[in-house]
Each structure stands twice: as C-alpha cells, then as structure tokens.
Design a protein around this ligand. Structure first.
Ligand code: GAL
Length: 668
C-alpha cells in the first residue's frame, strides 16, 4: 500500500504541474504537504476539525489514537481516523461525481469488542451502508455516485455498542466535476421549549401511591408546584406518621401492615389543591419508578462529595424537587481503589473489622447523607457483588452483610448492585449463577431496618426481566450502558417490548439512565449529542416504559431547555402512573412506531415516534389498536393542551427523530 502511494505521489506531482489551472486551488487552502490529483479531493484535505467524533478528535491520515491507519493488517497512508458516533458534513453543491473510500475498524483496538456501521447519505438519501463491522474484518469499499448531490453526509454509527469504535475512512476521496467541496459544521439544531411554566396556584405532583415496610423509617416528601410559601396538609395519616406542614415531609414509622387512604393538600395565598394518596405498608417498595439523579453519566469516577452536594442543592433550588425528583445516587468510585496508594487510608480498603472505607473524595458519608436528607431528598449508593467494581474499586464480595449494615447505618435509601468484578468469581453464566449474588445481597438488605430500593445491574444477562422480581430486585438493567447518541438511545429504548410484561409496581425494567444535559463520564462534560427532538423522544419513551428516571447531568449546571424537559408534570405522570403498566408498541414500520400504555384514569398514553433521521412524517394511531372506539379527546402532553376530539384515529406530523406524546381519554 505504501509503495503504491509513493508511485501515486510521483504521478500526482506530475499531474498537478500539468493541470493546475482546472483545480480551483484558490477556493480553499490545502495542506501544502499533500499532493493530489487535480480532479480529486481527498477527505483529509478538507477541514477535519468539522468532523464530529464520539471520542477524541478526528485525525488526518492517522487513526483516532494517532497510529498509522490500519485495517485488517493493511496500512493506509491517507484518510481520516474517527470514533463512533461520528458525522462529517460536506457541501458538494452538486459539483462532484463520486465518493470513494475504504472503511473499517482500526487494528489498534486489539481484542476489544468494537462494532461500527459506516453510512453515506446524499441530500438525506442513504447511498451506502456497510452493515455492522467488527475488528479485524477486511475493509469494505465504498464507491458511490454523488452526481447532483448538494450535501454529502458521512456517518459512523456505533454497531452493537459504543466502546473502542475506532473507525477509519481510509483512502477517502471525492471526484470533483466543478467546485471544490467544503467541510461544514455539523449543525446542532436549536433547543426549543414545549412545556408551559407551572402556574402560581398549588398543584400536587409526584406519585399517588407509596410503599413502605412496616417498622422501617418512612420518608416521603409531598411535592407541589406553585407560589411559596405553601402549607402542606395530610388527612387520615396512619398512626406513627407525621407531616411537617412547612416542608411537606412525612416521617415516622407504620407498625401495622395495611393499605391507608390519605388525602394530601397544598395551600398557598391563592388557593388549595388536594389529591388522594395511598400508603401501602407491606413488603413492596418502589411502587412507582424511582426518580432522581445518578453521578455516572456526568462525572464517572470524577464524582466527589462536593459535586453530589451541589446537585442535591440544585434539585431543590431549581425546583426539580417540586416535580417528584427525589433520589441522589452516588455511582462507582466512592470506595478505595484496589492497589491504590490512597493518602488517607494508605491503600486499605476496609478497617480492622472489615467495614468498607471511603476514599478521600468522600470524607464523611454520614454527613453527606444527612445533608441530602435534610433537603427532603433520598440518597443512593453503588457497589458490586464482586471483589471489585467496574472501575476496580473495593466491591462487596464476601462482605455483603457488613456492607448492607454500613449502607443502612450511613442512611442510604437505594443500592445499585453492579455485576462487573463478580465475573471473576462466578462459575459460569447459568441462571443459578446469575441469580446467586443478587440473592445474597437481598438477604442482607432484608436484615437491615431500612427501606433500600434494590437496583440490579448486570446488563440484561439471562433475560433478567424474567427473574428480577424473584431475586428481590426493585429494578433491573435490561441493557448495556447507554451513551448520548441517537443510535444508542433509540436501539435501547425501542427494543424494550420483550421486557414489558414483567414491569409492575415495585418491579421495573431499567433501560439505563438519562443522557440529557451535560454528560461526560469523567471530569470533562459536553452537551448531550442528542438533538432536542431526540431528547423529547428519550424522555417520552422512558416515561412510557415506566423506567426509573435518573438524570445523568450536573443539575447545578442545567440549562433552561433541560430543566423544562424534566419538569413537565403531565409527561412525568405517564411514568409515575399507579397502575405501573409498561407501554408496548401498537404499530411499527421501517421508520415509525407507536407505543401505548394504559393509565389508571382509564386513558391511554401514546407516543407517536418518527425514527427517520431526515424527514418529518405523519404518524397515525388507530383507536382499534388501543382497544377503544368512539369519540376521544386527544391531549398533547408536552404542550399541555387539548388538540381536539377524534374518532377512529389520530394523526400527527412528527419531526425527524422526534415524538408527539398524547393522552387519549374518553369524551365525557
Ligand atoms: C457499569 C454500569 C454503569 C456504571 C459503571 C460504573 O457496569 O453499567 O451504569 O455504573 O459500571 O463503573
């Protein structure tokens, strides 16, 4: 390959000197060291800083990690090295004739499980697609006619997941017939706000049902929007509970099992609002999907006490708390790293009694949980059943009893239990082996006098949705990790129908945390790569799916769009509905899907989704597919307004990658 390139270079110098008149070099600046045929523009000659890469920065004539570009043992001298999810937009203005390239995954990924798909679009029409490519697969040739195309879009999508997706567009060139192509910025559509601001009059939000185990501390904050000061009231609270009128916090313990019907009210100088609330004292908690925040998608291992406090405070200050957001969960990296030279504990991961130690970023866990509880919120923690976590921090293996005890003592209300290091202990992946570590921790959690939501994380192995309830989980991850790309979010979200029958109050499928706002999985954050429409899709779908809703961005840095996206009470009600029925698809074609879910008030929540990446489309829901017929009121939940009365069907024009989320209720 190298030799061929050298010959090419000689020919090119020769050709260049002969036909430089026709080359329009004046139209843009070429890298002076690059020699090219006069009627061909190489991709690496364009402004590659305009290429969006999912990780690192796009490289000219090298792989993303700056190694010689190599696909299946063949070295290429030119091209661009990128990482999925990536996009390169080029203006051809109808004056080019062919696009050619040799594509594949760079050998530098070694044994890692990368997978990508290359795509070429001309004015929104798919011209070529590679299919999913894996490491060491021979390169594929792209050779497509781009005559008349104005806008060429080169996309590298993650194939099955988004790790080590080092994708090379080698020997990539555009044959030009006239004007020279120009790289253009991948434009980020402007965010647009749909949700009206809450009114000044009080309106109670949050779940209408709450579960607690008799004898365990009860902690629930009645939430409401509206002007402050506000006074909270509760009529018929069961014996053992009391309400703080000023904050809406209900605390105490219920000794007797039973279902208690309570009336909650919120009152300010303008008016009063009340609603029925059911407390179920029994053996099931998390009767609606948990809503809150988790540190992983933003801070990764850069999480610390200060960042967690900042988010907790911001949940209150921004008003998110008034919409039912209640958990503040610390993910991986709060413990001591194995083999680390931690300055404080000198590398010790547990004390002399075997009790788990925190690292220096969490100097006082109890003070932290106290601070968060003091704000009226709840707190969550993460660990692994293995000897170490995914990031090689101390895990719970063979210390499950002590750890459960410690977590309760610290005051945690939520535990995410992540398989990871347990892979080194487990004797295989039989169902029995998959269940075992989760059963062990369940037993230990049952011994502590605290309601701790138990979140199982093992990426869906062994179809966990079929047995997550049996091993005592309150929610269970159904997939690998999400990233902030359309391909990741949509692949996960739209594939949840298989798990749907297993969701019910107390037991939820978890398609992973939210990727809106600033994300980064480490110290450096970036705005989510999802477009505004994709973010509306993400939140609508996760609400329809009864998924736990865990915000993955620093709340103290949240912009107005993101805040608006997360504070639409009518949308959140779809997620928090007391029936706990997960949506199922009632219509699917190549680029459109309709998902529907029955609600407690007899209505149906319906998401009309457009999966096409380029054009808006009409999407229709037929009432017979919802099992209803007659006249129905259709309400737009994002805009919080009735659209009209429809019979037989409702059709909406849905933006590309967007959604129209409606509630369909019988006309009174
Ligand atoms: C992964 C898990 C992520 C995050 C991470 C922490 O296994 O799926 O959500 O918790 O571990 O290391």
């Amino acid at each position: 390959m190298k030799k061929l390139q050298q010959i090419n270079l000689v020919i090119s110098i020769f050709v260049l000197s002969f036909c430089s008149f026709g080359c329009q070099a004046k139209d843009y600046v070429y890298d002076p060291v690059i020699v090219r045929d006069c009627d061909v523009v190489w991709l690496d000659e364009l402004d590659v800083s305009k290429v969006a890469s999912g990780y690192g920065s796009t490289q000219r004539n090298l792989s993303i990690d700056r190694n010689p570009m190599t696909i299946a043992g063949v070295v290429y001298d030119r091209g661009i090295g990128t990482h999925a999810t990536g996009e390169f937009n080029i203006c051809l203005d109808g004056e080019s004739s062919r696009f050619k390239a040799t594509v594949g995954i760079d050998d530098e990924v070694g044994e890692h499980k990368a997978s990508v798909e290359f795509m070429v679009y001309g004015d929104g029409v798919e011209l070529w697609r590679s299919g999913v490519m894996k490491p060491k697969m021979p390169a594929k040739q792209v050779d497509v006619d781009v005559s008349g195309v104005k806008h060429l879009k080169l996309v590298v999508d993650e194939g099955e997941n988004n790790s080590y997706d080092h994708a090379d567009w080698a020997d990539a060139s555009i044959e030009i017939a006239g004007k020279v192509p120009v790289a253009i910025n991948t434009s980020r559509p402007r965010p647009y706000i749909l949700t009206p601001k809450p009114g000044l009059q009080p309106r109670i939000t949050g779940p209408k049902v709450f579960g607690v185990r008799p004898g365990n501390p009860f902690l629930f904050t009645v939430t409401a929007t509206g002007q402050r000061p506000m006074k909270f009231l509760a009529i018929n609270l069961p014996r053992g509970l009391s309400l703080d009128f000023a904050t809406g916090r209900i605390t105490g313990t219920i000794e007797k099992e039973g279902t208690y019907k309570v009336k909650l009210a919120a009152e300010n100088s303008l008016s009063k609002n009340s609603r029925a609330f059911t407390i179920k004292a029994g053996d099931t908690i998390a009767l609606t999907p948990p809503m809150g925040w988790n540190s992983w998608n933003c801070w990764g291992c850069a999480v610390d006490d200060e960042k967690v406090r900042a988010t907790a405070k911001a949940i209150v200050d921004s008003g998110l708390i008034n919409h039912g957001w209640s958990y503040v969960n610390i993910d991986d990296c709060w413990m001591v790293k194995l083999n680390s030279d931690d300055p404080i504990v000198g590398g010790k991961t547990r004390d002399e009694n075997g009790m788990i130690l925190t690292n220096e970023k969490f100097p006082d866990m109890q003070a932290l949980t106290g601070y968060i509880h003091g704000l009226g919120l709840k707190v969550g923690l993460y660990t692994s059943p293995g000897p170490f976590t995914c990031q090689s921090y101390e895990g719970a293996y063979e210390h499950e009893a002590l750890d459960a005890q410690k977590f309760a003592e610290w005051g945690f209300d939520y535990l995410k239990y992540d398989w990871c290091g347990y892979g080194t202990v487990s004797k295989g992946k039989t169902l029995e082996e998959l269940k075992k570590p989760y059963q062990v921790m369940r037993r230990e959690l049952d011994h502590v006098k605290r309601d701790i939501v138990y979140s199982l994380c093992q990426y869906g192995m062994g179809d966990i949705w079929e047995w997550g309830e049996e091993v005592g989980g309150n929610c269970w991850r159904t997939t690998g990790d999400i990233t902030d790309s359309w391909s990741s979010m949509s692949k996960i979200g739209f594939s949840q129908d298989k798990c749907s029958p297993y969701a019910k109050p107390g037991y939820w499928n978890d398609p992973d945390m939210l990727v809106v706002g600033q994300v980064g999985w480490g110290p450096n954050l970036h705005p989510s790569n999802l477009t505004p429409d994709e973010q509306y899709t993400h939140i609508s779908l996760w609400c329809l799916l009864d998924s736990p809703l865990l915000i993955g961005c620093p709340v103290e840095q949240m912009d107005e769009f993101t805040l608006n996206l997360l504070t639409n009470d009518e949308v959140l009600e779809v997620n928090q509905d007391s029936l706990g029925i997960q949506a199922v698809p009632v219509f699917k074609d190549a680029t459109r899907q309709v998902w529907a879910k029955k609600m407690e008030d007899g209505s149906t929540a319906v998401g009309l989704f457009n999966l096409d990446g380029f054009v808006k489309q009409k999407v229709t829901v037929k009432f017979k597919n919802l099992g209803i017929n007659g006249d129905y009121v259709v309400r737009d939940l994002w805009r919080q307004r009735d659209i009209g009365v429809f019979s037989e069907s409702f059709t909406a024009v849905v933006p590309s990658h967007g959604v129209v989320l409606v509630k369909i209720s019988e006309k009174k």
